[in-house]
Design a protein around this ligand. Structure first.
Ligand code: NAD
Length: 476
């Protein structure tokens, strides 16, 4: 008998989306001078709210508010006092986590199961973790009294909107900096909810400022003279532009960019466990993950068996309503991203790889893409080299560990990698040779605020998370 899932929708009633939002500057919501834009629900294309757009003058106001808060209160406040605010923010995030998870799923399209069980717990964990550092900076290995930098200009992408905000704001504030943050134009709502949380926590006005807008707003922020530190997470292409803009200035810079991670499966691996890791590696968050395991490297001797099991597992993935608690794969974040995924997948077919997807009925409205596997992929194919940033896996094979290393490292990126094997010595051998900031062993896409994260080569530089994450916000 074939049992069906009944719908298990999470309630939208827990969020209160206002018709329009201003910029958050100096502790107040204010009008922007750019052309307002709409944030839409990618699962049905319905507009959610009108969002103010910050022009250069608005960015200037935000930087001035951050500077005043830095000079007047935050930069000189004892660490133990700053910690109290961060703990308070962490607790409010926990208290409001259901509301924030629903809001994130509506604005981004990611399944509620992920925003509820991954994003939100990690957001709170980051604030708790860095709250703990705020009064211990003298013991972090950066000298007895490391000083903050001043005003941080931070620009983040749309794939983990609130989590990327937490990665940026928590360490900056813990170290005594003030911030102006620009969320991505397609996912501003949780950052604006976070602005309300700052007010709820009585954070002094101007310590956190949120300016919404698209690339021009981001450019105005990173190029502003009053910014001491630029932190960017996003595409390698925009990262390059920012590196050029910041070169020759006194600004400190960290870049967290794209990736094309290899997930390497040896013949002695526990295959069912590895299949779960592959699914988690590439279909988690619709594959909108910088460290996604988008290149599967599987040892030739087990390739057929592994692919059979993977395909069987993929037929059980439930694609659809992000707010349904049974959903595994939600909506693609935007029409532009969907077009990019489609275009690269068509190129994959044209270049000669074999495309496969499970049978799947997609909703009529909204932006959707069925989980897809390409086999017969050559290293020269664009789907093996370029970041697709969608639920598309490229499968390559290898015979020896040395060949696996060579293929895994044959990419301009170097953000993450996965190794699946029963042999501990092989894990260490591989980890030593893989040029990736993070190497997961017999697991994938695991995050912890205490663990540094960042890339090599075109995946960027600087580390976020852990003790290393403090360095980017201290004058060391
Ligand atoms: P994107 O580079 O297009 O945009 C990122 C942010 O930069 C957005 O807020 C955007 O408005 C802003 N922006 C655009 N042009 C700008 C400019 N000239 N100056 C300043 N800001 C500008 O990237 P995206 O499409 O939003 O995000 C996807 C990319 O992010 C992927 O490549 C992914 O790998 C990467 N990413 C990396 C990490 C990491 O930690 N390494 C994490 C998440 C996402």
């Amino acid at each position: 008998m074939d049992f069906q899932y009944a719908p298990a929708p999470e309630s939208r009633a827990v969020v209160d989306i206002r018709p329009s939002y201003g910029l958050f500057i100096g502790g107040e919501f204010v009008d922007g001078h750019g052309e307002p834009f709409k944030s839409i629900d990618p699962s049905n294309e319905e507009p959610l709210a009108e969002i103010a757009c910050a022009d250069a003058a608005d960015v200037d106001r935000a930087v001035a508010a951050a500077r005043a808060a830095y000079d007047g209160v935050w930069g000189t406040m004892p660490g133990r006092e700053r910690a109290k605010y961060l703990y308070r923010i962490a607790r409010i995030v926990q208290e409001r986590s259901r509301e924030l998870a629903v809001l994130e799923s509506i604005d981004n399209g990611k399944p509620i199961r992920e925003s509820r069980d991954v994003d939100l717990p990690l957001v709170a964990a980051h604030f708790f973790y860095y709250a703990g550092w705020a009064d211990k900076l003298g013991h972090a290995g950066f000298g007895p009294d490391p000083r903050p930098l001043g005003v941080a200009g931070q620009v983040i992408p749309w794939n983990f909107p609130l989590l990327m905000l937490a990665w940026k704001i928590a360490p900056a504030l813990a170290c005594g900096n003030t911030v102006v943050l620009k969320p991505a134009e397609t996912t501003p709502l949780t950052a604006l909810a976070f602005a309300e949380i700052c007010r709820q926590a009585d954070l002094p006005p101007g310590v956190v400022n949120i300016v919404t807008g698209a690339g021009d707003t981001g450019r105005a922020l990173v190029e502003h003279d009053g910014v001491d530190k630029v932190a960017f997470t996003g595409s390698t292409e925009v990262g390059r532009q920012i590196a050029r803009a910041v070169a020759g200035t006194r600004k400190k810079l960290t870049l967290e960019l794209g990736g094309k991670a290899a997930n390497v499966i040896f013949e002695d691996a526990a295959l069912d466990q590895a299949v779960e890791g592959v699914v988690n590696g590439i279909f988690f968050n619709q594959g909108h993950v910088c460290c996604a395991g988008s290149r599967l490297l599987v040892q030739e001797s087990v390739a057929d068996e592994l692919l059979d099991r993977l395909k069987r597992r993929m037929t059980t993935l439930r694609v659809g309503d992000p707010l349904d608690k049974n959903t595994d794969v939600g909506a693609i974040n935007s029409a532009e991203q969907l077009a990019k995924i489609r275009a690269l997948s068509e190129i994959g077919e044209r270049e000669g790889a074999t495309r496969w997807s499970p049978p799947c009925e997609l909703p009529q409205r909204g932006f959707w893409f069925v989980p897809t596997v390409f086999t017969g992929v050559a290293q020269s194919h664009r789907i093996a080299r370029e970041e697709i940033f969608g639920p598309v896996l490229s499968v390559l094979t290898f015979r020896t560990p040395a060949e696996a290393v060579e293929k895994a490292n044959n990419t301009p990126y170097g953000l993450s990698a996965g190794v699946w094997t029963e042999k501990g010595s092989r894990i260490l051998w591989m980890a030593e040779r893989l040029r990736a900031g993070v190497v997961w062993a017999n697991t994938f896409n695991k995050f912890d605020p205490a663990s540094p994260f960042g890339g090599y080569k075109e995946s960027g530089f600087g580390r976020e998370g852990g003790r290393h994450g403090l360095e980017a916000y201290l004058n060391v």
